[in-house]
Design a protein around this ligand. Structure first.
Ligand code: ZN
Length: 288
């Protein structure tokens, strides 16, 4: 439950994500509502009411998020980015179980991976909250599923899952076979994508400039579609005098410039480096 620990994926991001791997304070007046949502990339969250008033919580298991998403669609509200407050009768008649409870001052609420929840302040209250990503198969799978769904929906994944997966593979020993298999698969897909892209660029005669990452360098996202851009960055210079560099994904870069003229391609890792990380990442024996 700690903000930072080695078993927490968010401690392997390498930089601060406000309110996720850092603590955020929420100050609420009676009746203040936090509309329905799942946490960013389906991560778990810890929420402590520091009073003086109570908070009322409504929670639904992850299994039912699509059913709730369908309710949103029916009402013309975007599930991921819109603001919505479920009608309890709708949920009951759809046989969706709802956990409803009061969080008194001093009470800690643990929101498990993917739990849909909405909250209202009964009295005046201050809450502190942060996210955690325990390295279990369930958490990793849900995080990756939401990463992919966000890509489909063109919504930014606040947790850069590819970057995190490589960092985890580099630094942690994974003992759970399911988690291990999923991470290994994600790394393989990532390497495949990079290799195909690289070959294409080389065949096209496009120069790739190696630029190693520096300490605390953040993960990158496409300026246009918010997709995480890992390793091969398509960079344009928006203002030559002020040196404003903008990162794009391949698709968006080609949309602007089909032959990538005036686009610099930067490579942040050597392919050998990624291959060696991939090869050395093996299932660790559980310590007894
Ligand atoms: Zn893009």
């Amino acid at each position: 439950m700690r903000v930072s620990s080695s078993g927490n994926m968010l401690s392997h991001v390498g930089h601060t994500i406000l309110g996720m791997n850092s603590v955020q304070l929420y100050m609420k007046v009676p009746g203040s509502r936090t509309p329905g949502h799942q946490e960013n990339n389906n991560f778990c969250s810890v929420n402590i009411n520091i009073g003086p008033g109570d908070c009322e919580w409504f929670c639904v298991h992850e299994d039912y998020w699509e059913a709730i998403s369908n309710f949103c669609e029916k009402h013309g509200v975007d599930y991921l980015t819109g603001s919505w407050w479920p009608v309890l009768e709708d949920l009951y008649s759809a046989n969706i179980p709802v956990y409803r409870f009061i969080q008194r001052p001093g009470d800690l609420v643990w929101i498990n991976a993917g739990t849909v929840h909405w909250v209202q302040a009964v009295g005046w209250c201050n809450n502190i909250a942060w996210n955690v990503g325990p390295l279990s198969g369930y958490q990793y799978q849900l995080a990756l599923e939401r990463f992919e769904w966000n890509e489909v929906k063109k919504v930014k994944s606040i947790v850069p899952m590819i970057h995190v997966s490589w960092n985890v593979a580099r630094t942690l020993k994974i003992t759970d076979p399911d988690t291990y298999k999923m991470i290994k698969h994600c790394l393989l897909q990532s390497m495949k994508h990079i290799q195909i892209l690289r070959d294409q660029l080389v065949a096209q005669g496009k120069k790739i400039s190696y630029q190693s990452r520096v300490k605390d360098e953040p993960a990158y996202y496409c300026n246009e579609c918010d997709l995480e851009v890992f390793d091969l960055l398509f960079v344009t210079c928006e203002n030559s005098s002020r040196k404003t560099y903008v990162v794009h994904c391949e698709d968006c870069a080609r949309q602007r410039s089909p032959n990538l003229t005036n686009v610099v391609v930067l490579e942040q890792y050597r392919i050998e480096e990624l291959m060696s990380t991939y090869d050395s990442f093996s299932l660790a024996a559980a310590s007894r």
